[in-house]
Design a protein around this ligand. Sequence first.
Ligand code: HEM
Length: 142
Amino acid sequence: MTEGPTTAERAGGPAAFVRLVEAFYARVETDEVLRPMYPEDLEPGKRRLALFLAQYFGAGPVYADERGHPRLRMRHAPFPIDPGAGLRWATHMLAAVAEQDWPDDVVAEVETYVRRATPTLVNRLPTPGPPDRPSGGDGPQR
Ligand code: HEM
């Protein structure tokens, strides 16, 4: 493999992920499902998400220096993330990515990551309702 600029560098360095996370949190703040999962003070979480993404895309151990190993599934276990919440999260993040002035290949890479990673953080499945009644049998089905 040839060495070249990392995805984080091509995005514009760690500050690019701060801008991404600001655009993402602007959507979380008005989302009636996601907002209650987040603490009142959103700033520490914003900072951690921006550092994590910068690290993931090659900026060096900027998240690990503060937080250690990401252990994202473990860190998300306290939050009731069902598929609907995951879809909202990913939709806001993909919209925030689309707003960034990034090269197309950087956009594609970050989108692919979000699409792959979000389902791994779903930790609740909906409770099934009562089973459907069998059709046919005697009398009309109501
Ligand atoms: C690509 C998917 C995701 C990534 C990469 C991600 C990443 C992160 C990171 C790095 C943190 C900070 C961890 C720490 O050091 O404490 C965090 C916190 C958090 N995440 Fe996620 N997350 C993702 C998906 C989700 C989803 C789907 C939800 C909910 C629907 C969610 C809700 C939260 C909440 C509530 C926090 C706590 C924020 C705070 O303490 O201020 N995340 N996430």
